[in-house]
Design a protein. Structure first.
Length: 134
């Protein structure tokens, strides 16, 4: 039964990292410069999940990895007076869509809640088992 708690805990950690990544995407929605101060829009981060074996090979858990979205082009907005505008007056903004990030945050929150519910059910099963044994 402890393995099911390990699986749910790994899911909680993965969803927390997903929420942190979503928050960073939203925080950088208008970032047009990199950490060196050069004109280069922030690139959206994504969290991917996959199954991994638990220590000792006694079940599966959730592994997560943060990746940079290099496939989506930056949003181009015509702002000739902006300091980061190109020769045509267009500014490259991050490829972050606030609505998409909000939906992803809701989904991550629901998955987090589901993992907590699974842990609570496991705890209840353990308590009932102990009552039957005693």
């Amino acid at each position: 039964m402890f393995h099911s708690i390990d699986v749910s805990t790994s899911g909680l950690v993965a969803q927390r990292h997903r929420m942190d990544t979503i928050a960073a995407n939203i925080a950088n929605i208008n970032t047009t410069r990199n950490e060196r101060g050069e004109p280069s829009p922030f690139q959206r981060r994504l969290v991917t999940f996959q199954a991994k074996e638990l220590a000792g090979g006694e079940g599966l858990a959730v592994a997560h990895k943060v990746e940079i979205d290099t496939q989506s082009p930056p949003r181009k907005i015509h702002q000739p007076g902006h300091p980061d505008a190109d020769a045509d007056g267009n500014v490259a903004y991050p490829n972050v869509n606030q609505v998409t990030e909000f939906v992803n945050a809701l989904e991550a929150g629901r998955a987090y809640e589901a993992n907590i519910a699974a842990i609570e059910m496991t705890k209840q099963l353990m308590q009932q088992t102990l009552k039957l044994i005693a």
